[in-house]
Design a binder for this molecule. Structure first.
Ligand code: AMP
Length: 384
């Protein structure tokens, strides 16, 4: 059988959020059909897919049925259980492979893996008791961040420890889950590189993108990352290529990194899928991160990642929906692109959409998305 999965074929996606939605939009534009499986219905992905299957990830009969109906399975959510990808892999290839998920869905396994291949990570220690947390604090110092090893994203399951007194209650809040304590990184900036690796091993990358987080959630992304020296830029791309090659990723993977004051890079996290910091590629690049995901998993050559202009993205969190939204005022910025994910309930911290702008410089693009976001709520102050 040819390794090419041609347009007209059906692709499967596990997980049904905005990443699956934008993957599906890219796939459908290229003539593919998309089936999605997740425990929910009327989802951001399901609204634009051909078929939406509502099933628990551990309903392995439904997972098997889903996989029988598609040529390849990908995911948009890295916390898919290993048993799910295993059940699906009997009927269709999983891209990236389930083994990539298993390495990246646990912070301890991920950091140990990165160290083992010689890549720099934040200092860390495993914590599974109050005694081991005290030992880890003695080794790494304070402040430090206590994170659950598994199931964490967007700052969920993270506690910043500033003083010894906070240690017992922090451990209590973790309710006996395996954790990791990370040394606090007094970073000069945060960046990400998003890489795609094709079935034949070809790699294309986007970025580095400069990222600003607010309450542990990505707030603003800007590309090209302002003020980043050529050496750091090249090193960030090299490190991303090394991860893609070593994990033999077929698909898209994002490497989030801290840049220290002396220009050192430390990997914070891997995401084996398109990433929020890559959303600006939809409007800014010849082929966006979602098109690359489609091309990679279908055995097609990767597209060009050339940027047409500098770009910035501002996330729209549910907090903004507390009052009326003034779309006319925001879209009065002619450079602005509005992306909404079709989510009905706007909860605080929930990613509802994003804004992208292209401009001559990254600074100008950033100014436009910030101003447009303010205009959206009619506020003079930042409200997310
Ligand atoms: P994470 O979920 O691990 O990506 O963390 C979300 C955000 O919290 C990061 O992008 C940083 O802004 C911040 N953060 C997490 N870990 C650390 C750390 N060890 N030192 C400093 N900031 C951190």
């Amino acid at each position: 059988m040819s390794r090419l999965i041609p347009p007209g074929s059906t692709l499967g996606v596990l997980g049904s959020g905005q990443l699956g939605r934008m993957f599906t939009l890219a796939a459908r534009r290229m003539g593919y059909r998309v089936h999605v499986l997740s425990p929910d219905d009327d989802t951001p992905t399901g609204q634009v897919a051909d078929v939406e299957i509502k099933a628990a990830y551990d309903d392995l009969d439904q997972v098997a049925d889903f996989a029988r109906g598609v040529r390849v399975v990908t995911f948009e959510f890295e916390n898919v259980p290993a048993s799910t990808t295993e059940a699906a892999s009997r009927f269709a290839p999983i891209r990236p492979a389930g083994s990539v998920l298993q390495t990246t869905q646990n912070r301890l396994i991920e950091k140990n893996y990165l160290r083992s291949i010689g890549l720099p990570v934040t200092d860390f220690a495993r914590v599974d008791s109050l005694a081991s947390l005290n030992e880890a604090v003695a080794k790494l110092g304070l402040p430090a961040v206590l994170k659950t090893s598994a199931w964490g994203y967007d700052g969920k399951g993270q506690i910043l420890l500033r003083s010894q007194e906070e240690i017992p209650s922090a451990w209590e809040r973790m309710a006996g889950q395996e954790c990791i304590l990370e040394a606090w990184v007094d970073f000069a900036g945060e960046i990400s590189v998003i890489g795609a690796r094709a079935l034949d091993g070809g790699i294309e990358t986007f970025g580095p993108v400069a990222n600003v987080h607010h309450r542990h959630i990505l707030d603003i992304s800007v590309c090209p990352a302002p003020g980043l020296g050529e050496k750091v830029r090249r090193r960030a791309v090299e490190m991303t290529r090394a991860v893609l090659e070593s994990l033999e990723v077929v698909g898209v993977l994002c490497v989030e990194m801290f840049v220290t004051a002396d220009g050192e890079l430390l990997i914070n996290e891997l995401a084996p899928r398109p990433h929020n910091s890559g959303h600006l590629t939809i409007d800014a690049c010849d082929s966006c991160q979602f098109e690359q995901q489609v091309r990679a998993i279908c055995g097609l050559p990767l597209g060009s990642t050339r940027m047409r202009a500098a770009a910035a993205m501002a996330n729209l969190l549910g907090d903004l929906w507390a009052g009326p939204m003034d779309y006319s005022r925001a879209l009065a910025f002619p450079e602005l692109k509005l992306h909404l994910y079709g989510k009905a309930a706007a909860r605080p911290g929930r990613k509802m959409g994003h804004l992208t702008a292209l401009a001559d410089t990254p600074q100008e693009a950033e100014q436009i998305v910030r101003q447009a976001r303010l205009a959206l709520t009619g506020s003079a102050e930042r409200s997310s």
